[in-house]
Design a protein around this ligand. Structure first.
Ligand code: ATP
Length: 466
């Protein structure tokens, strides 16, 4: 394995890395840094926790120190928390050169951000939505001269998932220069490779860590088959066991919806577990505060939606629990990748129910302890659900949706009407299909009966003739 100096990294950066406990490059750094320093576009696909951030931060800092100006580099990332984490790496590694960075994410004051942008920071780390808003509404800053455009978690930025970044990306790509270096990184690039190649236009250098499995060796992956109604009891049991057996511990639990995240958090707090949550329906300041409390181990359990599944680097996380099975393999890869980072060991436990796979679930001897707390846990869930209902959580969700639509230039009432009409057409289509199916089945049944009758008559005839 090479060292940082043989990769072409300057002494001051090598010293800075040492201060952070980084002495030897990881594979992705070893392979991607030289082409980036040579001025090539780069696409790097390496496992979670393998040091992809430093693989782009270090070469950018080196180039910036040779010819410093602002705004030199723009980093786009899908979540607000991740933007802060990346900016921190830039700040720590770039301290000797007096790096000035700026974080542009939603949920924070726009005027303060506009002011910071106008001061021409060297590096801007942003989520696409808020940066696109600034580009649309302000002419006090320009990203026309950036040298580097970086898309971290690049595949997520191109995905049309629940948060669709495509329109905002179009605005941003129109505002950056054509002549630039584009760097794309993720642990799961392959699904969106072609689209990504379109963004990195200059025959990008592509590097992918060669491995049969897409999770790290240090990760112990386990699955628990449990009937849905016993799942929460299992969760409580697992946490209790972990708490009893370990002194220093941290657990991340992933769940599918904000509401579920909230209910589970309330439940775990009822059982006196030091739990805190992170989901998109929380105020941004609360999100940051909760994450900070979890990072500093004030709270040992973080229950989150997939807003926390990518990129977050919290070395103390020893266990990741999937309270629901993630819909896509890549979501699973990112979720479990919150543990076993940078060579550490970690465990992931996925709770699998009868709705996830077609299996007969048997509750065995080993689970007797779980059954003992089953009623208590289920009562706790019901109580938390009732409590949450009284806080108009669903109503807030509806209001948030409407706000988002207004921001996107849509009329919420027209949209609701359109949705209802679509729903009506869909259910009519479904009904129509069912009726056709029914008629076909009836006809088939009638024909079968007729055939059987004919056969019977033929048989009788044959018997008579003999
Ligand atoms: N060369 C290195 N030696 C040791 N530790 C390193 C090295 N490079 C980075 N790290 C540390 O490894 C951890 C994980 O790095 P990073 O967050 O960049 O991972 P990643 O590959 O981006 O993961 P993900 O895909 O989950 O975003 C960080 O704490 C970082 O400081």
């Amino acid at each position: 394995m090479s060292d940082f100096s043989s990769l072409g990294l300057s002494d001051w950066l090598i010293q800075q890395c040492k201060q952070m406990g980084i002495s030897k490059p990881t594979q992705v750094q070893e392979n991607c840094m030289p082409p980036i320093l040579e001025g090539r576009d780069c696409m790097g696909c390496a496992k979670t926790g393998s040091g992809k951030t430093a693989a782009f931060v270090l070469p950018v800092l080196q180039k910036l120190s040779e010819d410093p100006y602002g705004i030199f580099c723009l980093v786009l990332t899908p979540t607000r928390e991740l933007a802060y984490q990346i900016a921190e790496q830039f700040r720590v590694l770039g301290k000797p050169m007096g790096l000035r960075d700026c974080i542009i994410v939603g949920g924070m004051d726009m005027i303060t951000q506009a002011l910071e942008l106008s001061k021409k920071p060297h590096v801007v780390v942003a989520t696409p939505g808020r940066l696109a808003d600034h580009i649309r509404s302000s002419d006090t800053f320009s990203i026309k001269k950036i040298q580097f455009l970086i898309l971290d978690e690049a595949d997520r930025l191109l995905e049309q998932g629940c948060t669709d970044f495509t329109k905002d990306l179009e605005v941003i790509l129109a505002a950056v220069p054509v002549k630039r270096q584009t760097l794309l990184f993720s642990a799961t690039l392959t699904d969106t490779l072609q689209e990504l190649k379109g963004i990195a236009m200059n025959k990008p250098f592509f590097w992918e860590s060669k491995s049969e499995v897409r999770t790290v060796e240090e990760l112990d992956q386990r699955y628990i088959l449990t009937p849905e109604k016993v799942k929460d009891a299992y969760l409580v049991h697992l946490i209790q066991k972990f708490q009893d057996e370990h002194d220093d511990w941290s657990i991340m639990i992933f769940t599918n919806t904000c509401k579920n995240c909230q209910i589970l958090t309330m439940m775990m707090q009822k059982f006196n577990f030091p739990t805190i949550s992170l989901h998109s329906m929380m105020k941004q300041k609360q999100r940051f505060a909760n994450l900070a409390k979890f990072k500093s181990s004030v709270f040992k359990i973080l229950i989150a939606t997939d807003v926390a599944s990518r990129g977050l680097d919290i070395p103390t996380v020893q266990v990741v629990i999937n309270h629901n099975t993630p819909g896509l393999p890549k979501i699973y890869i990112h979720r479990v990748g919150r543990t076993a980072r940078a060579g550490r060991h970690g465990v992931s436990i996925t709770l699998v129910t009868q709705y996830d796979i077609h299996l007969n679930m048997i509750t065995g001897q080993k689970e007797k302890e779980v059954l003992k707390i089953l009623t208590q846990v289920n009562v706790a869930r019901r109580e938390c659900e009732i409590k949450l209902e009284s806080t108009d959580f669903d109503e807030k969700k509806e209001i948030n949706k409407r706000k988002q639509m207004i921001l996107e230039g849509k009329d919420p009432d027209v949209e609701a009407k359109r949705k209802a009409e679509l729903e009506k057409i869909r259910s009519e289509k479904k009904l129509f299909k069912e009726r056709i199916q029914e008629t076909i089945q009836k006809k088939q049944h009638g024909m079968q009966k007729k055939l059987m009758k004919q056969k019977h008559i033929q048989k009788e005839k044959a018997v008579k003739s003999t």
